[in-house]
Design a binder for this molecule. Structure first.
Ligand code: MEV
Length: 395
């Protein structure tokens, strides 16, 4: 293998075998890893049967790789599982343009997940917050006691918050914030919420309701940005068009929804390949887009001298340990290919893929429109003819 790089020219032109050869050379895909990719996804029927219920088989999706990703100065070959044509090529193409201006830059907060404990019919909602906060440390300690192995590793319960949702009906919800490290963390947070509920009940009264994580982990956020030059995009008119498209999304929820769908296209595809809970990712992203009143775009593109700056921020609960990262050999292989150190780096890479997908879509929409290139790609796929450089909306 030469040095690991995501910049592999002519990759799309090869056969599947030739692409795997190229990954062997540039991204260390060899031996067992190669057979997982080529051999149907790395999920045996036995493993599938252990993962879910009433299993009768294994569902397949095309697995591709997005190239050209440089994120915080680090190369990443990004595995993507998706049935929609163009998404992988589009993300790769946008990442190539962004790379010319230094790639993507981002930051993820610590992995602070939110658990909720609900109370109904609480007698004194006015005093609830003060009573709970007076016992804050003891309650966090009870939570920590329910996840001792995480606490040993330096993670655990961090904070509480008390919210009165309906004073007349005595509806109070307590948020518990848990640092789940490199896990997605749902099970851990549910365990903590259940563990602290009886103590909270003594302080709040009423009826204990739900004890479950929130899929809007607003304290576990990732932010990414990138610059792209007018010339890389194909001229000032295209760059102006992308900025105008971004403004459209910020003015109109009907457009913002589609804008966000385009952003999530790439993020979800990578999340699926990497065995993440994409339902929770989707729920969190759209709920975040809707906080603060209206429904907003997850990303914006603004003019800067000579180009555009793209920025995005969203909550992202993704993990590098637990769940199918352990149970699914194909997911383990996808992680070996991607090379992320921890869950925070994974979040930054995934959000960068979202920004790349979003840029590619807006560039196509602001230019020749989506249909021409899209249909060309569909025809290409159908006829298995050679792809031309200028051929798809992905380009
Ligand atoms: C199609 O999957 C995604 C787009 O509709 C996104 C967008 O309109 O920005 C092209």
């Amino acid at each position: 293998m030469t040095g690991y790089t995501s910049r592999i020219s002519g990759f799309y032109r090869g056969t599947v075998d030739e692409r795997l050869d190229a990954l062997t050379e540039h991204a260390g895909v060899a031996g067992e890893l190669r057979s997982f990719f080529a051999g149907g996804g790395g999920l045996s029927l036995e493993a599938a049967d252990r993962m879910s219920e009433n299993v009768i088989g294994v569902h397949g999706l095309p697995l591709g790789v997005a190239l050209n990703f440089l994120v915080n100065g680090v190369e990443h070959v990004v595995p993507m599982a998706i049935e929609e044509a163009s998404v992988v090529a589009a993300a790769s193409n946008a990442a190539r343009m962004v790379r010319e201006s230094g790639g993507f830059h981002g930051h993820a907060t610590a992995a602070i997940m939110t658990g909720q404990v609900q109370f109904d019919g609480a007698p004194d909602t006015d005093g609830a917050a003060a009573r709970v906060m007076a016992h804050r440390d003891a309650i966090l300690g009870l939570g920590d006691a329910s996840i001792p192995r995480m606490v040993e590793r330096g993670f655990g319960c961090r904070d509480l918050d008390v919210r009165v949702l309906d004073a007349a009906e005595g509806v109070v919800v307590v948020h518990v914030y848990v640092d789940v490290g490199d896990a997605m963390g749902a099970n851990m947070v549910d365990t903590v919420a259940e563990a602290i509920a009886p103590a909270l009940h003594e302080l709040i009264g009423g009826l204990i309701g739900l004890r479950i994580l929130s899929n809007l982990p607003s304290r576990r956020r990732v932010s990414v940005r990138c610059d792209v030059s007018d010339s890389a995009l194909g001229g000032t008119a295209v760059a102006d068009g992308v900025a105008r498209a971004s403004r459209f999304a910020s003015l109109d929820p009907y457009r913002a929804c589609t804008h966000n769908k385009g952003f999530m296209n790439g993020l979800d595809a990578a999340a699926v390949a990497l065995g993440q809970d994409w339902r929770s990712i989707e729920a969190g992203a759209h709920a975040w887009a809707a906080t603060g009143g209206g429904y907003r775009p997850l990303s914006t593109w603004k003019r800067i001298p000579g180009g555009l700056r793209g920025e995005a921020e969203l909550p992202l609960a993704v993990g590098t340990v637990g769940g199918s990262t352990r149970a699914h050999a194909g997911v383990r292989a996808a992680f070996e290919l991607l090379r992320v150190r921890d869950a925070r780096q994974l979040a930054v890479v995934l959000a960068s893929v979202g920004l790349a997908s979003n840029l590619a879509a807006l560039r196509a929409l602001a230019g020749e429109g989506i249909q021409r290139g899209h249909m060309r790609l569909h025809h290409r796929k159908a006829e298995e003819c050679a792809e031309s450089e200028a051929g798809t909306w992905a380009k």
